[in-house]
Write a protein that binds this ligand. Structure first.
Ligand code: SUG
Length: 448
């Protein structure tokens, strides 16, 4: 098959820290102001990439974005040398200093929504970089992310990187975390499932406690500009109650892969009707049935689903054709989640293996295996045309591991963000990374 799914994980940057910046993300709040370990974080992320590379042979990465983004602080009136800007921000508005230091681009499921060229009207692969405008620290990712995507997928004939949607509340967009593509065995064209938390007309209710980060208007705009046909699109709404229970993205409560949807029974509003519609559409498009694996609240209470991140596991088709479920280690530690995993693996489906991974450093900020990867289905020409320097080979894995050990600190507290030498350390690391990945340093450092 010429179309193949590649996994682009976010390489975890040297300033990974716990600043408690994401309202509605329970782990971010719970671990706020703890001391982070950027080195372990990056090594855990690399170990995951290595595992998936060994299983599938289709692992790539997206570079971290340059942090700190001191120009952000300068644009808010903090003046002086770098050290002065940092010191002033730390004393007057430490939360803004944390914003410009956040390594949140590691969660590449939020980098963009991606539609493979077989689905798109003009036969190109479409990316819409997510505006992430629901949180300040994430909203400053989008322009640099778009620039990286353009550098890696550098052919206008084969790829189309759209501008992000307008940075307005009605177009709040969080990318692939709220988008799943289903495809039948041996088939090419997929069914793209867009899930939003904020309906355009307020019907169906809205969360009361926490924000809905994806709007219906945003999902519709993305589907339109990717030129998808109506029979290839299905829209659904998140259950507002689960958003209030900490499900800030749909990928915290549902994961899809090929013809499988694994989800909690309370994931969606009017779940029966929605899954019926989704199933019928899938059958109409592919002639085969969608396999839905649902767990009830009795089998897995919502709070355990959120703390274990079972539904944020990553499903990958291996080289031998079997499918592995890559779970965070929290699923092995949680008895209810562990039992659900066993049911999935023993069930009548292609998922025949589970891999538990320690991604604790990312998990403590609300980012599990599926948050850390962006799926990009590429045809043979696109595989050749994309920038090869980001494909995770054995050699690249070795170089990056060594690079992390040389440049990353073992601990980073909120107080440490005040240290101006961190700016220089992070900058030097990025300059060297540009060489390792064979990308222009002007792109990686996001310079004019
Ligand atoms: O956007 N956490 C991220 C986690 C993103 C997870 N992604 C997916 N579910 N696809 C967020 O809430 C926390 C940063 C901090 O608090 O320091 C943070 O941004």
């Amino acid at each position: 098959m010429s179309n193949q799914e590649y996994f682009f994980d976010g390489l975890i940057g040297p300033t990974h820290n716990y600043a408690g910046l994401s309202f509605g993300n329970i782990a971010s709040k719970l671990h706020s102001h703890e001391v982070a370990n950027p080195r372990s974080a990056a090594l855990q992320g690399l170990a995951k990439m290595k595992q998936v590379a060994d299983l599938t042979g289709r692992q790539c990465l997206l570079p971290p974005l340059r942090r700190p983004r001191l120009e952000f602080l300068r644009s808010l009136g903090f003046e002086g040398t770098d050290a002065e800007v940092i010191d002033r921000a730390y004393r007057y508005r430490p939360e803004l200093l944390a914003v410009c230091y956040s390594a949140s681009s590691m969660w590449t499921a939020n980098a963009a929504t991606v539609s493979p060229s077989v689905d798109c009207g003009d036969g190109r692969l479409h990316f819409t970089p997510a505006n992430l405008q629901s949180t300040l620290h994430r909203s400053i990712e989008v322009n640099s992310t778009a620039r990286n995507l353009k550098a890696i997928f550098n052919s206008e004939e084969l790829f189309c990187v759209h501008p992000p949607l307008p940075a307005q509340a009605c177009f709040a967009d969080e990318g692939a975390a709220n988008h799943t593509r289903f495809v039948g065995t041996g088939q090419e064209v997929g069914l793209e499932f867009f899930v939003f938390g904020m309906p355009s007309d307020g019907t169906g209710g809205m969360p009361r406690k926490f924000p809905a980060r994806q709007t219906q208007m945003a999902s519709e705009a993305v589907a339109r500009q990717h030129q998808l046909l109506p029979n290839q699109i299905c829209f659904g709404q998140q259950n507002p109650e689960v958003i209030d229970a900490g499900v800030f993205h749909n990928d915290v409560i549902a994961v899809g892969h090929e013809d499988v949807l694994l989800c909690h029974r309370q994931a969606f509003l009017n779940q029966r009707e929605l899954l019926d519609r989704l199933g019928k559409q899938f059958e109409g498009l592919t002639g085969s049935s969608l396999r839905v694996i649902e767990f009830s609240d009795t089998e897995l209470p919502l709070s355990d689903a959120v703390s274990s991140y079972l539904f944020n596991s990553q499903l990958v088709t291996r080289k031998d054709g079997g499918v592995s479920l890559i779970c965070p280690i929290e699923c092995e530690e949680n008895p209810a989640a562990r039992e659900c995993v066993a049911k999935v693996v023993d069930g009548n489906n292609r998922i025949d293996e589970v891999v538990f991974l320690d991604l604790r450093q990312s998990m403590n900020n609300g980012g599990g295996p599926a948050c850390l990867r962006l799926r990009v289905v590429l045809n043979a020409r696109q595989q050749k045309a994309m920038h090869g320097g980001v494909i995770l080979t054995e050699t690249l894995y070795g170089k990056l591991t060594e690079w992390v050990c040389r440049h990353y600190r073992e601990s980073l507290s909120q107080e440490d963000l005040r240290d101006p030498s961190l700016v220089v350390e992070a900058w030097e690391a990025m300059e060297e990374l540009a060489k390792i990945l064979d990308l222009p340093s002007s792109v990686l450092l996001d310079l004019p």
